[in-house]
Design a protein around this ligand. Structure first.
Ligand SMILES: [Zn+2]
Length: 146
């Protein structure tokens, strides 16, 4: 999964997936996709490793080209892909797509577990973090050394 690999700092990650064929209530072919695993990502704040638990469940409709559903604005509508009759579907690519869609754009430690908990997007909350008071304690010592 080269596109997923681009998002991962290492190459030891293992995901397992189950893909089951079925039909929806309108007798349209669909795939029931379940993906689970644990990915080693990097925290977007402190760049240290962060273990991300992956648990995805999704249904993907398999539609003939041109049979796109009219329900595209419906957030509850199932995902769909177009597959021509006789066309071979690259399952691994589908699973990779689902993982990429399911991954958050940026993962971060909880502020209390993050080395860099007081920087970045949480800057506005600086005064509220335990590290903020720590920084205040350290400042006079640094000045003393000069
Ligand atoms: Zn972090």
């Amino acid at each position: 999964m080269p596109r997923l690999q681009d998002r991962l700092p290492g190459s030891e990650d293992v995901v397992s997936y189950t893909v089951r064929g079925g039909q929806d209530q309108y007798q349209r072919a669909l795939l029931d996709v379940q993906i689970s695993g644990s990915l080693n990502l990097l925290c977007g704040r402190c760049l240290a490793p962060l273990e991300y638990a992956l648990a995805l469940k999704t249904k993907v409709l398999l539609l003939q080209p041109g049979a796109a559903p009219q329900t595209d604005d419906d957030p509850e509508a199932p995902e769909w892909i177009e597959v021509a009759a006789g066309q071979e579907l690259d399952l691994l690519e589908l699973v990779e797509d689902e993982i990429l869609l399911g991954l958050p754009l940026a993962v971060r430690h909880d502020p209390e577990n993050c080395r860099n908990g007081k920087s970045g997007a949480d800057q506005g909350m600086k005064a509220d973090t335990p590290f903020a008071s720590l920084a205040t304690l350290l400042k006079p010592r640094r000045t003393g050394k000069q």
